[in-house]
Design a protein around this ligand. Structure first.
Ligand SMILES: Nc1nc2c(ncn2[C@@H]2O[C@H](COP(=O)(O)OP(=O)(O)O)[C@@H](O)[C@H]2O)c(=O)[nH]1
Ligand SMILES: [Mg+2]
Ligand SMILES: [Zn+2]
Length: 299
C-alpha cells in the first residue's frame, strides 16, 4: 500500500514496473491507475529476499518509517538473537527502533523477559504493553508526533495486528489464534498494510517474517552492538581476534560475566554473514558488468 502526496488515505494502485514498498509516497497518474513517480525514501527497512532465485535482490519490507517497533511477546521464551538481527536492520533502515514486549497480561511478571530483551538491545527503549488490555499504549502513541509513521515488525503471532487494531480503535487488521502448543501464529497478515492512526500519523503492520537475512549493512551492526564495539576498542592489539590474545577486553568481559558469550557469537555470525554477502555482491557485479546485466537492486 502506498500513499499519495495529495491524499490523506492509503492508496491501492497498480505499480507494474515501479519498485515500490508499503509506506512509499508516490505520484499517481491522472487516471489514478499507475504510479508515475516514487518520491525519495527517508528510510527503508530492507532485508535480503528469502526466495530462491532472487538471492541477490533486496526486499524492502517498508519505506519512510520514522519509528519501528520490534514486537516480542510474553508467554514464550525471549528470542535475543532474533532481536539483535531486527535491530541491525532497524538501525540500517534509518528509523528509530523501540522494542515492544506485548501480551503483558498473560504473565504475572514480565520483568525477567524484559531484562533479557534489554540485554540484547542496550540503549534502546523497551516498553511493556498489552494489545488486549491497552496497557502501555499511550506511550506507544506518544511516538507518533506530527504525522509520523510507525511500523510493527516481529515474528508471526506475537500480537502486531492486535496492537494496530487497539491503537486505531477498530478491527482494521485480521488477527489469528495462535496454536496452544507452541504459541506460534499462522500468517494472517499476508501483505504489509498501511492504516491511518487517529488523530494523525500512520501505522504499518507487517506480516510475520520468519527469516531476516541481512542486506548490505551500513552501520547497523556497529549500532546494534555498540557495547561490544566499545569493548573491542579496549583490546591491547588493534587486530585482536578476541580469541587468545593477551589484553583482550572481550575475553576479559566474558570471563567477568559482563558480556554474554552468546551475544558475542551472534555478533561474529552477523559480521561473517555481511562479509559473505559483500563478496557475493562483488562477484555478481563483476559477472553482470561483463555480460551487461543490470546491477542488483537496492545498492
Ligand atoms: N492475551 C493476549 N493475547 C494477545 C495479545 N495480543 C495478541 N494476542 C493474541 O495473540 C494472537 C496473535 O495475535 P496477532 O495480532 O494476530 O499477531 P500477529 O501475527 O503478530 O499480527 C491472537 O490470538 C491474539 O488475540 C495480548 O496483548 N494479550
Ligand atoms: Mg498480523
Ligand atoms: Zn580482543
Amino acid at each position: 500500500m502506498l500513499r499519495s502526496a495529495t491524499d490523506a488515505q492509503p492508496l491501492r494502485v497498480r505499480n507494474i514496473g515501479a519498485d515500490v514498498a508499503v509506506g512509499d509516497w508516490v505520484v499517481v497518474s491522472a487516471d489514478g491507475e499507475r504510479v508515475e513517480h516514487v518520491i525519495d525514501r527517508t528510510s527503508a527497512f530492507v532485508r535480503r529476499a528469502s526466495f530462491e532465485g532472487a538471492r541477490f535482490e533486496a526486499h524492502t519490507i517498508a519505506a519512510n518509517i520514522d519509528v519501528v517497533f520490534l514486537v516480542h511477546a510474553c508467554g514464550s521464551p525471549p528470542n535475543q538473537r532474533r532481536l539483535e538481527r531486527e535491530l541491525v536492520l532497524a538501525f540500517d533502515s534509518g528509523a528509530d527502533p523501540v522494542v515492544l514486549l506485548t501480551k503483558a497480561d498473560v504473565v504475572d511478571d514480565p520483568g525477567p523477559v524484559r531484562d533479557e530483551l534489554v540485554a540484547a538491545a542496550p540503549g534502546v527503549p523497551v516498553l511493556v504493553v498489552s494489545g488486549l488490555t491497552g496497557q502501555g499504549l499511550d506511550e506507544v502513541r506518544s511516538y507518533s508526533t506530527g504525522g509520523d509513521t510507525l511500523a510493527f515488525l516481529g515474528a508471526s503471532g506475537v500480537g502486531k495486528s492486535t496492537l494496530v487494531n487497539t491503537l486505531v480503535g477498530a478491527e482494521v487488521q485480521a488477527t489469528t489464534e495462535v496454536r496452544d502448543s507452541d504459541q506460534r501464529g499462522r500468517h494472517t497478515t499476508v501483505a504489509s498494510q498501511l492504516v491511518r492512526l487517529p488523530p494523525g500519523g500512520w501505522l504499518v503492520d507487517t506480516p510475520g517474517v520468519r527469516a531476516l537475512s541481512l542486506w548490505l549493512s551500513g552501520r547497523g551492526i556497529e549500532r546494534a552492538f555498540a557495547d561490544v564495539f566499545d569493548l573491542m576498542d579496549d583490546c591491547r592489539f588493534r587486530d585482536c581476534k578476541h580469541d587468545r590474545e593477551p589484553g583482550c577486553a572481550v575475553v576479559a568481559a566474558i570471563a567477568a560475566g559482563h558480556l554474554d558469550p552468546a551475544r558475542f557469537a551472534s555478533l561474529e555470525r552477523l559480521v561473517a554473514e555481511e562479509a559473505a554477502l559483500e563478496d557475493e555482491q562483488r562477484e555478481w557485479v563483476r559477472r553482470g558488468d561483463r555480460r551487461g546485466h543490470r546491477r542488483p537492486r537496492g545498492t
